[in-house]
Ligand binder design. Structure first.
Ligand code: SAM
Ligand code: SF4
Ligand code: SF4
Length: 362
């Protein structure tokens, strides 16, 4: 099986320090530019996926954040605008389940007018479990959302209920995907987390189902995020194993990645039935190209999905800081970034407590 090759990368941007001019790339200690901002708008969710929010931990006694602790839409939009001035080109809203936060389309409408220093629109996307998408897709599109990613781990209802620990049917999620495509939030990306020994038998049926659909199905290796999901390497179906299973049914060939920092290795069906992706954060880490900054629901910046600590912005936001002071703080945080957990996984440098996926949003 050939390895995913990252071709067609953008030219390396000029270095930028914390006080550099807008338009120049802000680089971290590993020369990675700031390009993506992932905004987690809530730590709550209407699912209890076993690999993310196991019900034994996230039960009635679990303390979710009080509403007053969350950044307001105005505060989020302000951080996003400053992020764009510093180099952000893509914004992804996530959670918890982002659509359980009331009136999310209002936040989308506040982000949609953002322009890069070169005057280009910023890509505004959303990752959702799809339960509320059929209802919300049109309002999100009208507000200016560019595209949507929907998580779906099985086509079989029983397996889906087992993975999501919910009573929601697959049909509900498929309806959400259809509605998103119908209103123009396309191409829709579908994320499937593959847990060996649990839903690995759904890989080929999922591939078959989404061939010719125009949607891009992406397989995610089960990751050791957080401290609650009981992760075990034996439960990781690697990208190579996934591609092997699919390739045995439907011949596939690699596609060059389209930009630096693209996390999914891209493949297409040789017969023209569409594209798939594999996100191999465990078997083939891509930290060297990681251009993502994460904002938590209560306003902390995290430099890595596997970080243990964030950098608080809320005190500055609520304490009267100017845009310039905020920009300097964010730039300084990015400038000092050294994170590369997936490359260190299993080594002494990676033995710390990690934040939960449901809090920071993937
Ligand atoms: N609730 C939304 C959803 O499920 O799409 C957004 C937040 S969720 C944390 C973001 C993505 O992270 C989802 O696609 C989910 O499948 C993925 N994810 C969660 N836990 C994971 C794990 N342990 N390993 C790999 N992916 C995971
Ligand atoms: Fe909720 Fe998404 Fe986590 Fe599943 S993966 S529990 S839908 S936040
Ligand atoms: Fe980025 Fe951290 Fe994931 Fe590496 S482990 S790709 S630095 S988020």
């Amino acid at each position: 099986m050939s390895k995913v090759v990252f071709l067609a990368k953008q030219a390396a941007p000029a270095p930028r320090t914390a006080d550099a001019r807008p338009g120049e790339a802000l680089l971290d200690t590993r020369h990675r530019p700031l390009r993506d901002l992932r905004i987690s708008v809530t730590d709550r969710c209407n699912f209890r996926c076993t690999y993310c929010m196991p019900r034994e931990i996230f039960d009635g006694n679990y303390s979710f954040m009080p509403h007053a602790a969350l950044l307001t839409f105005e505060e989020i939009a302000r951080v996003a605008r400053i992020g764009v001035d510093l180099g952000v080109r893509k914004i992804r809203l996530t959670g918890g389940e982002p659509l359980v936060r009331k009136n999310l389309e209002i936040l989308v409408a506040m982000l949609a007018p953002l322009r890069t220093p070169e005057g280009q629109p910023v890509d505004i996307t959303l990752t959702t479990n799809g339960t509320l998408l059929a209802k919300k897709a049109q309002a999100l599109k009208d507000a200016g959302l560019s595209r949507v990613t929907v998580s779906l781990d099985a086509l079989d209802d029983e397996m889906f209920e087992r993975m999501s620990d919910s009573q929601v049917s697959v049909k509900t999620i498929l309806r959400g995907i259809d509605e998103a495509a119908r209103v123009g939030l396309a191409p829709v990306k579908i994320n499937m987390v593959v847990r060996k020994g649990v839903n690995h038998g759904q890989v080929v049926p999922m591939a078959r189902h989404f061939r010719h659909s125009g949607h891009v199905l992406r397989f995610i290796e089960f990751m050791d995020v957080g401290a609650t999901n009981g992760w075990n390497m034996k439960e990781v179906m690697t990208g190579a194993e996934i591609l092997h299973a699919i390739g045995a049914e439907f011949p596939i060939e690699p596609v060059a990645s389209s930009y630096r920092g693209e996390v999914a290795g891209r493949w297409r069906y040789v017969d023209g039935a569409g594209e798939i992706g594999v996100i191999t954060s465990v078997s083939q880490p891509f930290c060297g190209d990681c251009t993502r900054l994460r904002l938590s629901p209560e306003g902390k910046l995290f430099l890595c999905l596997f970080a243990s600590q964030g950098h608080d912005l809320r005190a500055l936001l609520r304490g009267g800081a100017t845009d310039e002071q905020l920009a300097q703080r964010i730039a300084a945080i990015w400038h000092g970034r050294d994170d590369r957990y997936s490359e260190l996984r299993g080594s002494a440098g990676a033995q710390h407590k990690k934040i939960e996926m449901s809090y920071i949003g993937g």
